[in-house]
Write a protein that binds this ligand. Structure first.
Ligand code: G6P
Length: 608
């Protein structure tokens, strides 16, 4: 999703801005652009497509500048094109980059047209440049103009702006879209993502909603919503090069799949002790609050929602709590009834997903006992706005398709199920059994990664098809859904998931030799029923690829049976996720797609 970077420095900033855009490529985008202040004029370069093309343009034109703004755009209003790419400008004077959505843009456009402004793009963002120019031309300072502009804007935004008549200052503003300041050496930076400037500094200031700030190469000043000067906390984050480079791997997704044993260890580490989870691992006072919980409501999007679907089973089986789960984008609009002593749980890798954040903010107006988030980014808005939190400690996830974030979310959600059970005095023996299994989980994941060779043999068969069905039952149905999502998002093969028992109620009509069926068949009390469901596929000539426990015997006519490592049943969803990730990756590799940045998708969806 759109990424912003800005720099005011004593050195040439063109290269560092483009490097920052490269670091944000993982967020997903369709075009890129830059505006560089050059004393009496502004160099303005934009390209449709990859940042590399913008870089080539820069190499050809060699613009020099100590003050600039740059952007990667993910289209919302207006198609992906050079005209719609940011920065947008007004009267060759004001240049802006914007992340977010301006909801009242039609009214504001009318107002600006009446004032004589003409529009050269289809975006909602361009009007921000015109509004700023409108107020600047009336003699207001940049900061005052930003406040006057803010008064007119409804919606979500992170903005960075420069003025041709001022070669010292960048003004930035934040409302509901992430934006931070980086304190560099002889320079100040701004970005939507610490990763963009992590090579230049490890000191960051996360702006709050309503903040406006002014940056020069010498200093920064932050004003709050009421235009009072404020000081905001400086956060230290060490973003090492290693965490943001592919190393020996072809893609970030591949690297992130193979990082999972360590990532899961980091999620569990320091949070379990003896035979149980430690107290208050979700924050001081959380164990006491958990005693009172009578119901759980989960909201999340995409892969994080699938983690929530698995966890709903755990909350029931381990914590003995009823759980409701909603798509974050739907939750607010179904007028949810909140039962007494309900805990709201949000799950998000980035902690910046607009729908999940909006659901949290909505829920805070309701009578929840408390709010808790499972998140991978401690500095995110979700983490800051939730009462309790646990961080998955997976390290930066760059591939758009989520892998290690998902399995670490599951590990963290298991810790939540155990903590709720502990505070409520439920199932001590079961807790002990799970803790033992959790301790060996990183090793089991490591063993599961060795299935790659077997998966390489089936990948070409799936890669040659246009559709695929994924089947799972019970706690494995969300894993089947996650498997289908992974395949469709990176290989563009149409894939659907069904609880295997539903097959005969419709999808069976799709079965023929062109429809590979990927099934999850762990040892369980319904294993026999699942095998019967798979027989239905076999009888109709479907090709089955079954990931199963060695105890399950099946005679396949075609396809393949792949034996999975043994693991405690309640943790098997994590194990069965791994081969599905590897399969999607290898299939996408064969189909030659853009694995780390699939078309049309964004890593962090900061618009509703
Ligand atoms: C986007 C990403 C998905 C992710 C979803 C939710 O759609 O492409 O991989 O699952 O957002 O993101 P979150 O950061 O809230 O987990």
């Amino acid at each position: 999703m759109c990424g912003i970077i800005a720099a005011a420095s004593n050195r040439n900033v063109g290269k560092l801005l483009v490097q920052g855009l490269h670091k944000m490529e993982y967020r997903g985008y369709d075009s890129a652009g830059i505006a560089l202040h050059q004393k009496d004029q502004i160099a303005h370069l934009r390209t449709l497509g990859k940042v590399k093309l913008l870089e080539e343009k820069m190499i050809a034109e060699k613009p020099k500048s100590k003050l600039g703004i740059a952007h990667t755009r993910w289209a919302t209003h207006g198609e992906p094109s050079e005209e719609n790419a940011h920065p947008h400008k007004s009267n060759e004077r004001v240049y802006i980059v914007h992340n977010g959505i301006i909801e009242n843009y039609l009214d504001l456009k009318e107002f600006l047209k009446d004032e004589g402004y003409s529009f050269s793009s289809q975006t909602d963002s361009e009007l921000i440049a015109h509004l700023l120019e409108y107020f600047l031309s009336k003699g207001n300072s940049m900061v005052d103009s930003m406040y006057l502009t803010k008064e007119k804007l409804d919606g979500a935004y992170a903005i960075a702006a420069i003025d041709r008549e001022n070669d010292q200052n960048i003004v930035i503003a934040r409302s509901k879209s992430p934006l931070l300041i980086g304190i560099g050496t002889d320079e100040f930076l701004a970005a939507s993502d610490p990763l963009a400037i992590g090579q230049l500094t490890n000191e960051f200031i996360f702006l709050e909603d309503g903040d406006v700030a002014e940056l020069t190469s010498e200093s920064y000043t932050i004003f709050d919503d009421t235009k009072q000067k404020v000081s905001r906390e400086i956060t230290h984050i060490d973003i090492s090069n290693q965490a943001t480079s592919k190393g020996e791997y072809k893609h970030f997704m591949e690297k992130e799949i193979y990082e999972q044993p360590d990532a899961i260890l980091n999620t569990i580490d320091g949070r379990v002790g003896g035979d149980d989870v430690l107290e208050n691992i979700f924050g001081l006072g959380s164990s006491d609050i958990f005693q009172k919980v009578k119901r759980v409501q989960i909201v999340a999007c995409g892969t994080s929602l699938h983690a929530g679907r698995v966890a709903a089973n755990w909350f029931s089986a381990i914590s003995e709590l009823p759980t409701q789960i909603d798509y974050a984008s739907e939750y607010r609009y179904r007028n949810p009834h909140v039962d007494e002593d309900s805990l709201l749980v949000t799950i998000s890798q980035s902690g910046e997903t607009a729908d999940t954040l909006a659901a949290l903010r909505y829920a805070k107006e309701k009578d929840y006992l408390s709010t808790l988030c499972i998140c991978n980014v401690p500095t995110s808005s979700l983490a800051r706005e939730s009462e309790y939190s646990i961080f998955t400690n997976a390290g930066p996830e760059i591939g758009v398709a989520s892998t290690k974030a998902f399995t670490t979310q599951l590990a963290a959600l298991m810790l939540l199920a155990l903590s709720l059970a502990k505070s409520r005095n439920r199932n001590p023996k079961l807790r002990k059994r799970i803790i033992t299994a959790l301790r060996s989980l990183p090793d089991t994941v490591q063993e599961t990664l060795k299935l790659k060779d077997e998966i390489l043999e089936i990948a070409p068969e799936i890669a040659s098809k246009d559709n695929a069905l994924f089947l799972g039952r019970g706690i494995f149905y969300p894993i089947a859904k996650e498997g289908a999502l992974k395949l469709k998002e990176i290989s563009y093969i149409h894939a659907e998931a069904y609880p295997a028992g539903e097959l005969k109620h419709g999808p069976l009509a799709l079965i023929d030799e062109e429809m590979p069926v990927i099934a999850l068949a762990p040892e369980s009390e319904i294993a026999e029923k699942l095998v019967s469901n798979l027989e239905e596929v076999k009888a109709r000539g479907g090709t089955l690829y079954v990931f199963s426990d060695p105890s399950i015997s099946m005679d396949l006519k075609s396809g393949r049976l792949i034996n999975m490592p043994k693991c405690d049943f309640l943790l098997t969803p994590i194990i069965y996720t791994i081969p599905l990730q590897i399969l999607s990756y290898e299939v996408a590799l064969l189909r030659g797609t853009d694995i780390d940045q699939p078309r049309n998708l964004a890593k962090s969806v900061t618009v509703e």
